[in-house]
Design a protein. Sequence first.
Length: 576
Amino acid sequence: MGHTRHSLARVLALLALLALVAAACAQGGDGTTPPADDGATPAAGDDGEEPAAEGQTLVFGTSADPVVLDGILVSDGESLRAIDQMFEGLVTLQPGGTELEPGLATEWEASDDGLEWTFTLREGVTFHDGEPFNAEAVCFNFDRWYNFEGSFQNPDATYYWQTVFGGFADGGPEGEGGEAATSLYESCEATDEYTAVLRITEPSASFLPALALTNFTFGSPAALEEYGADEGEVGDDGVFRPTGTYGTEHPTGTGPFRFVEWTRNDRLVMERNPDWWGDFEGNVETLIFRPIADNAARLQALQTGEIQGYDLVEPQDIETIDGNEDLQILDRPAFNIGYVGFNQDIEPFDNIAVRQAFAHAIDRQAIIDGFYAGRGEVAHQFMPPALFGYADEVTEYEYDPDRARQILEDAGLDVPVEIDFAYPTDVSRPYMPDPEQNFQAMVADLEDCCFTVQVKSDTWSPDYLSKYLDRYGAYLLGWTGDFGDPDNFLGTFFQEGSPGFNHTNRELYNILDEAEVETDEQRRTELYEEANRIIADELPGLPYVHTEPALAFTANVSGYEPSPVSLEQFHTVTVE
């Protein structure tokens, strides 16, 4: 049977919730409008009148465009950030944290066998097109995802569905064992207008918290059907692309902001949703995401007032921003890992001697000292040290080019060894604000030691994310966690069926499977420590940095609360 991934990053939160299971109730620059050539569309109420005078426009600089504005079809942060403003799911996360809170469901209850979950829905909610949000809409969305066919079953297209729920109605793509993955999802029933009953195929400790992911937020059934949300194809380059207009011109959720227009490589414009069920704590009337790939250009845009905020501040720019009384720095809690992945299906990375030599040839501390401005630390494991399960003792690969060369010679390899190594362009990530800087420093170390590097690169979206696992021997990548649990790191990377590293180890699979369902934290800690030691010995990749990312805003912006999982709400933001 194909393995179904159920991330235990959510286990502890769920166990706490089950103790209360019947209920989890809750209700819930100068800052002026940009110049006329910004093309911002003013928001209007239902009567067509202009917004109140205190309403403001906020322009936020992003590192790249979204891929598409349909949560189930994306896994990148820039897409999820935008989607999170327009769409909502059954549950959500506490602002600035990883604890669960009610979203479009006000309470929920699990059956004794854990196979049936009853959600009581928030009443009086409408989609941006005026259609009612109700239990039928919930079931429509779940059934849509479950019944995806063809190109929509490509892991590049529906990564998080396959990570959390496994297969599809028709079984889906075959796994390593030649069989399609089973699905955790069985059915959804609208028992009345505001009660949705979800049935799953086996008890799952991760089911409820997984629903907080932006990927499982709901679109208007009418808009999904009218604008071809289920039209898409995988091109000759192996990249999945939607072909309908729903995710590019008509994204329709229930969230605090609604879509206005999207001009790729220029701006994505949203306006305040006057019919939102929640309370606007801020005064942002028009929200614009403007892609600016270059770090220096983002800083300059902030300094000139072209934008009022941006993420992924280059570490060396922090001192400049801190020294300007018109600007401010906000810190995001560290919850990430930057690494070099090794594809063991591509020679010579099938040889552990090559992987070990590569690791010893890289001066990770020098890279962090040079490019992270004191906001990074050398990583030795594939999870942050703050998480339980981080092992006290693992094999570490200190910078030692002489040892690297000796390892290769002892393995009978001719030095220099030729390898290919790739990095993404036109993007910044929390764990690598400037990928090219990191890459160039690594290449210099490698070639000074004992390698000849064939340089590869691709634009981050969609090319690099679609190609890195199949086309490159070594590649720069990283991960920001979804939830505060080691399974969200080790399970995501190394559990059987996980799309990463082309690494196979049955012993490791068994340990991670056991840790995934273990409820005793001490035992879980021991299992993850053991897993970390195995991973460090086998070296499927080289972790090199944990960072504390920074965001920058103009000083007249308040109410923005950084999230450890990089998803923040803008309806709380005020521009003075």
